[in-house]
Design a protein around this ligand. Structure first.
Ligand SMILES: *Cc1c(COP(=O)(O)O)cnc(C)c1O
Length: 393
């Protein structure tokens, strides 16, 4: 039995996996069990910001592994306090709660916003506004926020009080707001939903609406955060500060860690006993987060993302000009989508055969989430392989 067959026997069939079994990675490349080399333009869904086996990261994690892995949140460790400080200071938030995943980050944000509403009104009838085509995770709370009915259909009843508005359409939000609205949650760049970028005007209007009505403004930057779009958080490009921010993916750059961070009175709404996690933010996660920020700063990597992201954008724009079947380019920094007028599933498999990895966002959009350490030559390699495939098709 090959590995794909073995995996089908042993894993729940929640995934349609590719017939590639990875062995190890180095820099921007992954190697499968047969020794075949792949240029990684996916980074395990935008997680591995520094590619694979980044030396300083490996060194620091090994050091922490031999020191202490886990103590629970009833005790402090210096490394986890350091991690919390560096995140809060860098992204401009007062307080943070570490989770194990992005889903738990949005779930926590949801609870925090509801608690804040409860403290004001002593009522549990709050409502939340989310957006169509959004993605916030797969637990029954986060899944309800996710604006994709296909993902939800079989799993009801989900939580109550969630309404979906249309992205970049402020009127669609206004019609949903009432005195029970406790939060608005949005991805500044929709990851799963096809790389649509929020308009600055729209974000500014939402910020104002939230301030005027004391609604908690939640940014889900699980995918778009931690430098991926060319600033440490995408909201920096909109010159606003959200009330709660959700993070994961690039926050640990490979080690599973997420977080939700909050500002002002909202940050103080949770009291002991209100929320918890066994693993969340343990010393290993703390070291991962701390090291991520250390590497970002040491290597000026966020600036590099902005520059190399511009180059990628420019090369993708050329493809849009050149090929009628490519409708448009969407995205920011190293979070880019190429929208085709037909399904792209075939391209993904053909690219794999040629040693290139990317995936889709929906049927027609090629999604690119390369590691931050790519150079122009890697972009050129991606473009030439994609063009080869398109010519063959
Ligand atoms: C991936 C993702 C999540 C869920 O994160 P998990 O770590 O898979 O639970 C939530 N929101 C956004 C925007 C994401 O991209």
């Amino acid at each position: 039995m090959n590995y794909l067959e073995q995996s089908k026997e042993v894993f729940l069939h929640a995934y349609g996996r590719y017939d590639i079994t990875m062995d190890h990675g180095k820099g921007v490349y992954l190697y499968d069990v047969n020794g075949k080399k792949y240029l990684d333009f996916y980074s395990g869904i935008g997680v591995n910001s520094f590619g694979h086996a980044y030396p300083l990261y490996v060194e620091k994690m090994q050091e922490q592994l031999t020191k202490v892995m886990h103590v629970s949140n009833y005790f402090n460790t210096v490394v986890s306090i350091d991690a919390a400080k560096v995140v809060c200071e860098t992204i401009g938030m007062d307080k943070i709660f570490f989770t194990n995943s992005g889903t738990e980050a949005t779930e926590g944000a949801l609870k925090l916003a509801r608690k804040y509403y409860y403290l004001k009104h002593q009522k549990t009838d709050s409502e939340i506004i989310s957006f169509h085509q959004s993605f916030h995770g797969r637990s029954t709370g986060a899944l309800r926020l996710t604006g994709n009915e296909g993902y939800q259909k079989a799993f009801g009843p989900l939580i109550d009080g969630v309404h979906h508005a249309i992205l970049n359409d402020i009127e669609s939000v206004k019609t949903l707001i009432n005195e029970r609205t406790c939060a608005i949650i949005l991805e500044p760049v929709q990851g799963e939903g096809g790389l649509t970028v929020c308009k600055k005007e729209f974000i500014l209007e939402l910020r104002q609406l939230c301030t005027d009505h004391d609604i908690v403004f939640i940014f889900d930057e699980v995918q778009s955060g931690m430098g991926r779009t060319g600033t440490i958080m995408t909201y920096k490009q909109f010159d606003i500060t959200p009330d709660i921010v959700c993070m994961a993916k690039g926050l640990g750059a490979g080690f599973p860690v997420g977080a939700f961070a909050a500002n002002g009175a909202i940050a103080d709404a949770l009291q002991p006993g209100d929320h918890g996690t066994t693993y969340g933010g343990n010393p290993m996660a703390g070291m991962a987060v701390k090291t991520v920020f250390e590497i970002l700063e040491k290597e000026n990597l966020v600036e590099h993302v902005a520059l190399i992201g511009k180059y990628l954008e420019q090369e993708l724009n050329k493809l849009v000009e050149k090929y009628d079947c490519i409708v448009e380019r969407r995205g920011l920094g190293l979070m880019q989508g190429l929208v085709f007028d037909h399904p792209v599933g075939d391209y993904i498999k053909k690219a794999q055969a040629k040693g290139l990895i990317f995936v889709s966002a929906g049927a027609n959009v090629i999604r690119l989430l390369p590691p931050f350490i790519i150079e122009e030559a890697h972009v050129d390699q991606f473009v030439s392989i994609l063009e080869e495939i398109m010519k063959e098709a």
